[in-house]
Design a protein around this ligand. Structure first.
Ligand code: AVJ
Length: 319
């Protein structure tokens, strides 16, 4: 490649939305990055490993609630409904609902088109009578539902406490956007992780095997690979703690020493001990989540929890 072509290629690399977000976050005080960027291929694999860790209770607890309460959940879903899942990922949770309820159509919405297509194909082999209408979209932005479900009752499905990654004001905005999309009379089933003992919370985000640390540090590896940065992963440390006043787990990457890193041709200085805030995972009480949902027009219809009250599934109705 000529020098000019190389310069032009690098300029394009540095013009992507990812590059813009990384530069903006690392120029801010305190430094921060969007949690959605954890999920490149390797990051998605690491997240799958996290869900199987002994300390990471949310996935296993929510699956338990879905299985134990499948019959009650099915009664909440009108016959012939379309189930619309936001950020469907592996569809393991939807399968439990789809087996129990009289759902006519399943609409998984996910940003990863390839994963979405392969999961839809797998699901249609297992449930040949179910109409599957995948939508490849970023569910945090406006998108259209398939015309084929226009006349069907709509039930939204948003498990995993993914809503916890949003700031509370953004979470309320998302719930309003879901209300507009699903329309009058809609139902919504939302999974929410609950506030609990600090030690249980912190262990879930700082496991003994170091998988969550690898997941957090992988963000720097991704920035190195995709944006040509030179982060030395040995010189950053994973940190996770419960910020009680803000009722959220925070994950950070802490600089072990004073250092400079080159990111998109910019020098980014770090003081020793300075951190990049990489994720917030908000925890709610049953009541605080119901109050948030009410701000967006959703009324509580039912709540299901596990015996330890670690996790909750909320059935909501749009007035
Ligand atoms: C996918 C956002 C629900 O906050 O528990 C797991 C992501 N981060 N371990 C969570 C995550 C670190 C997860 N969510």
């Amino acid at each position: 490649m000529s020098m000019l072509a190389r310069t032009a290629a690098r300029a394009r690399l540095h013009e992507s939305e990812f590059a813009r977000d990384v530069i903006a976050g690392l120029s801010a005080r305190p430094k921060w990055l969007w949690a959605k960027y954890f999920y490149d291929d390797h990051g998605s694999q690491l997240f799958e490993q996290i869900t199987a860790l002994p300390e990471y209770y949310p996935t296993r607890t929510e699956l338990g609630i879905l299985e134990d309460r499948a019959a009650e959940i099915a009664r909440f879903i009108p016959t012939g409904a379309a189930l619309i899942e936001f950020g469907s990922g592996s569809t393991a949770k939807a399968r439990i609902v789809l087996r129990a309820a009289a759902v006519a159509a399943y609409v998984p919405v996910d940003i990863s088109a390839g994963f979405l297509a392969s999961e839809a194909a797998r699901l249609s082999r297992d449930l040949p009578n179910l109409r599957i209408l995948p939508v490849a979209a970023d569910f945090t932005k406006p998108f259209a539902l398939p015309a084929a479900i226009r006349t069907r009752p709509r039930v939204g499905f948003f498990p995993g406490s993914t809503i916890g990654n949003f700031e509370p004001s953004q979470a309320a905005e998302f719930l309003r956007h879901a209300a507009r999309l699903l329309g009058a009379g809609a139902h919504f089933i939302v999974g929410i992780d609950l506030v609990k003992d600090q030690r249980v919370l912190e262990a879930a985000y700082d496991d003994a095997a170091g998988v969550t640390a690898a997941f957090n540090l992988n963000l720097l590896r991704r920035i190195n690979r995709e944006l040509g940065a030179d982060f030395d992963l040995e010189r950053f440390r994973h940190k996770a703690f419960f910020n009680r006043p803000q009722h959220r787990i925070e994950m950070h990457l802490e600089s072990r020493a004073a250092q400079s890193v080159l990111v998109c041709d910019r020098v980014v200085p770090f003081a020793a001990g300075e951190t990049i805030h990489t994720e917030s995972s908000y925890k709610y009480t049953v009541e605080s989540f119901q109050a948030l949902a009410a701000q967006a027009g959703w009324s509580p219809a039912a709540v299901w929890t596990d015996p330890k009250r670690y996790f909750s599934l909320h059935a909501l109705r749009l007035a």
